[in-house]
Ligand binder design. Structure first.
Ligand SMILES: [Zn+2]
Length: 122
């Protein structure tokens, strides 16, 4: 998958192991100095990916049809959203949908999502 030759990857890994502490200190310092900029960039990526995901999933609530993107949420049809987020992270759903994996997800507005989740209403 990587275009970097195996020999170089091995050397990079050795270098990391040999210099692990100083690399981590440097990373922490960089993060502290650029925190605002890094957070802004992440927010921008999240907003972009959310927008793409909503478009791919049809851009409207699957139950009531509302199209206001501010209230649209991604529902795990199998009801395992909390477990999925805990195991794979919050961005995993967005990444799945952008890659073309649209099951087991559907778009619901916040009200329909609550009703469906708490009443197990199908
Ligand atoms: Zn709805």
């Amino acid at each position: 998958m990587s275009k970097t030759p195996a020999k170089i990857l091995v050397r990079m890994k050795e270098y990391y192991i040999e210099h692990k502490e100083e690399i981590q200190i440097r990373k922490r310092k960089y993060y502290a100095e650029h925190q605002k900029e890094l957070q802004d960039r992440q927010r921008k990526y999240n907003a972009r990916d959310r927008e793409k995901t909503i478009t791919i999933l049809g851009a409207k609530c699957a139950r009531c049809g509302i199209v206001d993107k501010r209230v649209l949420e991604i529902h795990h049809i199998n009801g395992d959203g909390n477990r999925d987020r805990a195991e794979r992270g919050r961005r995993s759903v967005l990444q799945d949908v952008i890659k073309g994996i649209t099951e087991p997800y559907e778009l619901l507005c916040a009200n329909c999502h609550l009703i469906k989740t708490f009443t197990k209403d199908l």
